[in-house]
Ligand binder design. Structure first.
Ligand SMILES: [Fe+2]
Length: 216
């Protein structure tokens, strides 16, 4: 079994007051753990058992049938969460110059990017993920439902993500997804991570790896 449960790269109270320890304990310890446990049960004894997470996701992304769909959903959720933890930083942080320049070029500046990202989060019906990604050399915002992930078809390279499932914000913000999104964009987003992803040209990412978890 090569699948691992991505660790939190910071203490569970490190993002307070913007994201509480209670939220992180539930989100990481219960929700992510459930995806991990379900995935392990689904792939046990199958050819998937020895594959890495990204290969499982790509292999099942277009598969039909209840079991492959369940494998995709749980594998993608596990990968997305690992990417999400890296998209958060306890101290927030400024925008690296190289990323700021790209946001300027592709969105008309950070303010316009922020506006469009927030609108994508607000407009995503139900559960899902909002991504900053790069496609064909251009930055884009993707709003993907449920377990949607840019690595499923390899067309876009993810740089940063926000989990907009209710379990990500209901404890702290109740139904105010807009406030949660604002806290992410203004206080928690790990712009250094996004800039590293952009600079590294890496597509692959190992959510269970320690450190920056960038893989060329
Ligand atoms: Fe989540």
């Amino acid at each position: 079994m090569r699948i691992e449960c991505p660790p939190l790269p910071f203490a569970d109270d490190a993002l307070e007051p913007h994201m509480s320890a209670e939220t992180l304990r539930l989100h990481h310890g219960k929700h992510q753990k459930a995806y991990f446990d379900k995935l392990q049960a689904l792939v046990a004894g199958t050819d998937f058992a020895d594959l890495d997470l990204e290969t499982i996701i790509v292999s099942t992304a277009k598969a039909r049938g209840a079991k492959p769909k369940a494998i995709f959903d749980n594998a993608a959720q596990l990968w997305n969460h690992g990417f999400f933890w890296r998209s958060l930083a306890p101290a927030g942080g400024g925008l690296p110059a190289a990323l700021a320049q790209r946001l300027e070029r592709d969105f008309g500046g950070f303010a316009r990017f922020r506006e469009r990202f927030a609108a994508a989060a607000a407009g995503l019906f139900g559960s899902g993920w909002v991504w900053l990604a790069e496609r064909k050399g251009k930055l884009e915002i993707l709003a993907l439902s449920n377990a949607g992930t840019p690595i499923a078809d390899g067309a876009s390279r993810p740089l940063l993500t926000l989990d907009v499932w209710e379990h990500a914000y209901y404890v702290d913000y109740r139904n105010r997804r807009d406030q949660f999104t604002a806290a992410f964009l203004d206080r928690l987003a790990n712009w250094d991570f996004a800039a590293q992803r952009l600079a590294s040209r890496a597509t692959a990412f190992d959510p269970a790896a320690p450190g920056a978890a960038l893989r060329a």
